[in-house]
Design a protein around this ligand. Structure first.
Ligand code: ADP
Ligand code: MG
Length: 233
């Protein structure tokens, strides 16, 4: 699904530059559920944003689904994002004046899908995250966990090959975090490939594989031992 070779990324800071990713090599197969773990500032979001084509690499190569991602301009990035990717963020990023159903159906509107078809499909995805009864509610009427479930339904409604989640539980309490991770695990069990950025060990342990970043390099890449992981829940 993903093949990254010797990826480097720096940010210009006036006359100096900050070398954030220093030679990342990463392969992710179809159907994996991978945590990208590391302390604040280790480069997790930078890596996820490059994978999500919200940012561009300096050197190295990145392939998704055998397509080499290069010479990205905004038009090409937008086309690939629609084709490949769904996003979930810490802050939900829902549109406040639209209902849960309208938020979920919005990506389908941009695809040009007809109203009835998009409503039916959006409702199906809302139901899949347990929120069919909340379709007509505004985000302000939903709990944090419910908002994130709406955001997950919105990310999935366009049937992306890959779901990217940057600290999806970062704004949630422990119990709600586990509920959201239960849904992420369920979606993975149904076949979706998912990358979850987190700095929380218990969240990482709910994934199948943990890639640890430190100061812009991968220092460890391990399968999660499901037996040991039980201790965290
Ligand atoms: P993490 O998500 O692991 O907390 P980030 O990838 O967000 O880390 O950031 C890694 C480093 O890059 C940090 O030192 C951060 O300040 C810096 N950084 C991130 N984005 C930018 C940017 N757009 N411009 C300049 N520096 C950035
Ligand atoms: Mg981050």
């Amino acid at each position: 699904m993903i093949q990254i070779n010797d990826l480097h990324k720096s940010y210009k800071m006036g006359s100096s530059s900050l070398h954030v990713l220093k030679g990342i090599n990463l392969s992710v197969e179809d159907g994996e559920l991978v945590a990208i773990m590391g302390s604040s500032g280790s480069g997790k979001s930078t890596l996820l944003n490059i994978i999500g084509m919200l940012d561009i690499l300096d050197t190295g190569t990145y392939e998704i689904d055998k397509v080499l991602i290069e010479d990205l301009d905004e038009t090409k990035a937008a086309k690939y994002r629609n084709q490949f990717l769904g996003f979930v963020f810490q802050s939900f990023n829902l549109i406040n004046y639209k209902t849960a159903l309208e938020n979920v159906s919005l990506p389908l509107y941009y695809q040009g899908m007809k109203r009835k078809e998009r409503q039916d499909k959006a409702l199906k995805y809302l139901a899949s995250v347990g929120l069919a009864d909340w379709a007509t509610h505004l985000p302000s009427e939903l709990s944090g966990g419910q908002k994130q479930r709406v955001a997950i339904a919105r990310a999935l409604v366009s049937e992306p090959k890959l779901l990217l989640a940057d600290e999806p539980t970062g704004a949630l309490d422990t119990q709600t975090s586990y509920e959201v991770m239960d849904i992420i695990q369920k979606i993975n069990q149904e076949g979706k490939t998912i990358l979850v950025v987190t700095h929380e060990e218990d969240i990482a342990q709910m994934c199948k594989r943990i890639v640890r970043l430190k100061d812009g390099v991968i220092i460890q890449d391990t399968k999660v031992n499901q037996v040991l992981a039980e201790q965290y829940v």
